[in-house]
Design a protein around this ligand. Structure first.
Ligand SMILES: [Zn+2]
Length: 110
């Protein structure tokens, strides 16, 4: 898998999203460009090689390895872009209006 700059159509991410390079200036890791959203999402993008694409086509599953010594964060994968303006917890579309989150959602600010 190759790292790809994850910048996507701005309509797919909530306003206030910003590009952040993860592990910048950490020589033991490659730079990982990401988009951080105000909903607590960190979006990265990966491009499978032709061999990997063939394996996926033939039914192989995708494995995600997370390097951490701390608590593992909730993680999700998708094929292709998704609508990141939807709240990752309650699934509602706040569209910059926090009152539209579910009552129980911590991103609702209430
Ligand atoms: Zn929510």
């Amino acid at each position: 898998m190759e790292i790809v700059d994850p910048r996507v159509d701005p309509r797919l991410v909530p306003s206030g999203s910003r590009p952040v390079v993860i592990a910048k200036n950490q020589n033991e890791y490659r730079d990982l460009p990401s988009i951080r959203t105000p909903n607590g999402q960190v979006i990265t993008r990966w491009s499978p090689s032709e061999e990997e694409r063939r394996a996926i086509f033939e039914g192989q599953d995708i494995y995600l390895t997370i390097l951490t010594t701390k608590q593992v964060q909730p993680t999700r994968m998708s094929v292709g872009p998704e609508d990141w303006t939807l709240c990752p917890l309650c699934g509602k579309n706040p569209r910059d209006d926090d009152s539209k989150h579910a009552d129980w959602c911590p991103f609702g600010g209430g």
